[in-house]
Design a protein around this ligand. Structure first.
Ligand SMILES: [Zn+2]
Length: 280
């Protein structure tokens, strides 16, 4: 009997391993077919009309983005809340903004969650804060939320605004999906998975200095291109700098050249090169 059990454990591990390998292989085949599939013209027209950064993308990058959007729409589930109707336009504009972050990165398409909840506008969440033995409950009004290993929650009016205004430095979809990239190594702490081990030391040094610089700017009431909300925590800093990197690239490079370079290497993109020149 013991002999049979000892024999069956390696067999079960082998079956599990082969099943996982088969599933992975099938998923890669499905993804690469979707990546090659053109995005229908009417979908491209929606992006052209409603997504300002899309209009600035080089043509070859647009084609690559279309492929990522196809995979994203195939793998993620959209749920309307508070009467929100999930239309093709809703899905497309969320997918396009989320996929811009992973345009050139090796990606597993935001693993670990699949549901995106969409409210018509700002939504309210209950927040419990703990200070020792004291627990206090309150409500918080939000435009977006990324729940750890759980769904992304978005306010549609803010999704639309983020897509249409590419220069104000605010983009709720990019912000929340940056949090998802950050937690791919399980902890949401402003240190995402980097391409190689040599990148970690300069990443930590540059982001720590820029984070301290933002705190100093707030204390001294001087201007920093990075929104004050980035000073909340290293995780928020990463998400807010991501918004700034895509929406105010020239200003970010001008004020924080080393930080810009870290984000350019991380996203493997250089938004300064996109579209028409932007004013400082
Ligand atoms: Zn955040």
């Amino acid at each position: 009997m013991l002999y049979l059990i000892l024999l069956s454990v390696p067999a079960a591990v082998l079956v599990w391993h082969l099943t996982a390998k088969f599933k992975h292989h099938r998923q890669q085949r499905r993804r690469s077919a979707l990546q090659r599939k053109p995005l229908p013209d009417h979908c491209q027209a929606i992006l052209q009309r409603d997504f300002a950064l899309y209009r600035k993308l080089p043509v070859e990058s647009r084609a690559k983005l279309h492929g990522h959007i196809n995979v994203f729409l195939d793998e993620k589930v959209f749920v309307g809340c508070n009467g929100m109707e999930i239309t093709e336009r809703v899905k497309l504009l969320i997918a396009a903004q989320a996929c811009l972050l992973i345009l050139n990165k090796p990606t597993d398409y935001y693993p670990g969650f699949e549901t995106i909840l969409v409210y018509p506008d700002t939504f309210v969440v209950s927040v419990t804060e703990r200070d020792g033995m004291v627990h206090s409950d309150s409500v918080s009004v939000r435009t977006g939320e990324s729940r750890h290993r759980g769904p992304i929650v978005l306010a549609w009016d803010q999704v639309l605004h983020g897509a249409s205004d590419e220069r104000d430095g605010h983009n709720v979809v990019m912000h929340e999906f940056a949090h998802k990239l950050d937690e791919e190594n399980w902890s949401m702490d402003g240190l995402p998975v980097l391409a190689n081990p040599q990148q970690y030391a300069p990443w930590k040094q540059v982001l720590t200095e820029a984070y301290a610089q933002l705190h100093r700017a707030i204390e001294q009431d001087s201007h920093d291109v990075i929104d004050d909300y980035g000073a909340t925590s290293p995780a928020e800093f990463f998400a807010v700098v991501t918004e700034t990197f895509f929406e105010k690239p020239k200003q970010l490079k001008h004020q924080h050249p080393a930080l810009y370079e870290q984000f350019r290497a991380y996203y493997q993109l250089d938004p300064i090169q996109w579209g028409e020149a932007r004013d400082l």
